[in-house]
Ligand binder design. Structure first.
Ligand code: FES
Length: 111
């Protein structure tokens, strides 16, 4: 999106997380790793990132490296679409998503 690779994952509560698709270690795609609960594990050395992008596990280290994180993007699921905020997360405002009149109204069709 906008020239940035983003990996999307569905969390155990059904909501969606959006992270930069690049491991904080050597930048391979996290989407080539695997989902572990609500987290994504890098396929190379196993650094694991939570939905906020913070590294929570480094298999060969006692503690995850301080500051190891990937960018997390606010995401909203609405109208059968995922709306990913690519700007400053502090400015994300789901109320700015336009309204689709009659969405979900059975009297209206969806093609
Ligand atoms: S490249 Fe991802 S953990 Fe090393």
């Amino acid at each position: 999106m906008l020239g940035v690779r983003v990996v999307l994952s569905r969390k155990t509560d059904g909501s969606v997380a959006a992270l930069e698709d690049a491991c904080a270690h050597r930048k391979p795609q996290l989407s080539m790793g695997r989902i572990v609960g609500d987290q994504i594990e890098c396929g190379y050395h196993g650094l694991t990132f939570d939905c906020s992008g913070v590294c929570t596990l480094a298999p060969r280290l006692e503690k995850p490296p301080r500051g190891a994180r990937v960018r997390a993007y606010p995401v909203e699921s609405r109208y059968g679409l995922l709306w990913v905020w690519m700007g400053n997360p502090a400015l994300a405002d789901a109320s700015t998503i336009f309204t689709v009149e009659h969405w979900g109204d059975p009297a209206w069709g969806l093609n």
